[in-house]
Design a protein around this ligand. Structure first.
Ligand SMILES: Cc1cc2nc3c(=O)[nH]c(=O)nc-3n(C[C@H](O)[C@H](O)[C@H](O)COP(=O)(O)OP(=O)(O)OC[C@H]3O[C@@H](n4cnc5c(N)ncnc54)[C@H](O)[C@@H]3O)c2cc1C
Length: 407
């Protein structure tokens, strides 16, 4: 049988090494700080932990060795990320956190040698941070052909004007990969946009305000660009290639989110089971009640399907096969499984779940954006329906849009 759900030895070793690092180094360090009454000092410990991640050989799982990474492929990164996310700041400590992770892939794929040295290498070394900025307050982020931020060529420079928001991480970013409209009349409209690397110290760039969200503030600011000038050499990819770049970037980046969400779903289900087996009401433990068992069973089944979908989509990316349907389906399914499972875990915990004495309330807030960012539920369903109809119309079967599996 060609189907083998075991990882090769080197992938399994990488996964276990990350797990050991989190258990033996990161968690004990955070616990120590808490016990010393310095729980709030965990931020200060991040630099030291990132250094240790390098020493443990778990730095940068998704990047090639020439950039100091572990050189793992998408399937192996799925395994490693799902583990890393179970520890607070785990992905950041091993330098595979959003949005830097997606931007690294983008620079590796589209960057010139000069751009790679100037922007990708410092990201990989952890000395720079970045943001990706497409969404605008005044145009529908679901439809990038409507981007209003304009870039106009002036000699060897481009002049950029516009307003963006939800540029995650822009507040501390050294540069932003910005999607701007360069050819408003382009046909097809997908050729209207171009990606630019904009250093955040460029005159005319400004963080207008912090956008306070249900998850708090500090993460997703509104930014304005007023006559911001960047050299032509700062175009990332090709002129008019911004849409394509966004699609290429978002495929693996969406899956990377899924990988991290898998770890959270598992954590929520484990919390649910743990609580249900300890809480006693109406003559028995909660875990003995069918209503609660159904919540556990549904979460377990959905998580199982989620893991298979993520692994298969990662496999398709790794094999350089068409992954659009698989990534869209995985993104939608995993985001919704996360939302439902965390909600069920909250329900089983009762008032404790709603309180900040348990991590679940914060997990629920975090889970909500998963159904909006990187393609909202409805847009993914629209794409999946298109691909299903195309598969049926072109081949007489939906096999192509359901994974091209030999079933
Ligand atoms: C926490 C968070 C972080 C983010 N980080 C970034 C970032 O780093 N960079 C960045 O550029 N953007 C980021 N975003 C923005 C995100 O990508 C957009 O919110 C998303 O693309 C949707 O765009 P919009 O908010 O403008 O919604 P709109 O385009 O206005 O759509 C609103 C709603 O309409 C519905 N809808 C849209 N199209 C259809 C359709 N065809 N059929 C049916 N219903 C439809 C959907 O329900 C959608 O949610 C982030 C968002 C969040 C919440």
């Amino acid at each position: 049988m060609a189907i083998d759900f075991n990882f090769p030895e080197e992938v399994e070793n990488a996964r276990l090494q990350v797990r050991r690092f989190m258990h033996e180094v990161v968690r004990p360090r955070f616990r120590e700080l808490r016990e010393q009454g310095q729980g709030g000092a965990w931020r200060g410990a991040l630099g030291e932990l990132r250094q240790q991640a390098r020493e443990w050989g778990v730095w940068l799982p998704h990047m090639p060795e020439e950039y100091g990474g572990m050189g793992l492929g998408p399937t192996a990164v799925a395994a490693v990320s799902a583990d890393a996310v179970k520890t607070r700041m785990g992905p950041y400590i091993i330098n595979c956190q959003a949005p830097d992770e997606g931007n690294m892939h983008t620079l590796l794929h589209f960057g010139t040698e000069e751009q790679k040295e100037k922007w990708l290498r410092p990201l990989c070394e952890g000395t720079m941070h970045s943001a990706f900025s497409m969404t605008e307050p005044d145009s529908a982020g679901s439809d990038p052909t409507q981007v209003k931020t304009r870039a106009v060529r002036d000699g060897d420079e481009w002049v950029i004007n516009g307003t963006k928001w939800f540029a995650s991480g822009a507040g501390r970013a050294h540069f932003i990969i910005l999607i701007a409209c360069t050819e408003p009349d382009a046909d097809p409209p997908q050729a209207r946009n171009t990606a630019f690397i904009v250093p955040t110290d460029t005159p005319g760039f400004k963080i207008v305000r912090d956008v306070e969200t249900m998850g708090g503030g500090g993460g997703h600011p509104e930014c304005s660009y007023t006559d911001v000038r960047v050299p032509h050499a700062n175009i990332l990819g090709t002129e008019g290639g911004g849409h394509l770049l966004g699609q290429v970037r978002l495929g693996p980046a969406r899956l990377a989110h899924c990988m991290r969400w898998l770890g959270q779903i598992e954590h929520a289900l484990e919390l649910m089971i743990d609580r249900a087996q300890k809480r006693y009401a109406h003559g028995s433990l909660l875990s003995e009640k069918q209503g609660i068992q159904w919540m556990i069973a549904e979460s377990n089944m959905e998580l199982y399907a989620a893991k298979l979908m993520v692994l298969h989509a990662a496999y398709k990316i790794e094999q350089k096969l068409d992954f659009r349907a698989e990534v869209s389906m995985a993104k939608h399914h995993v985001a919704n499984t996360l939302w439902r499972t965390v909600d069920r875990a909250l329900q089983v915990h009762g008032a404790l779940g709603y309180s900040n004495d348990s991590p679940i309330a914060q997990m629920l807030i975090g889970a909500r954006w998963s159904r909006i960012a990187d393609g909202s539920d409805e847009v993914h369903k629209m794409r999946v329906a298109e691909l299903a109809m195309r598969s049926y119309n072109e081949t007489g079967s939906v096999n192509h849009s359901t994974g091209d599996l030999p079933l």
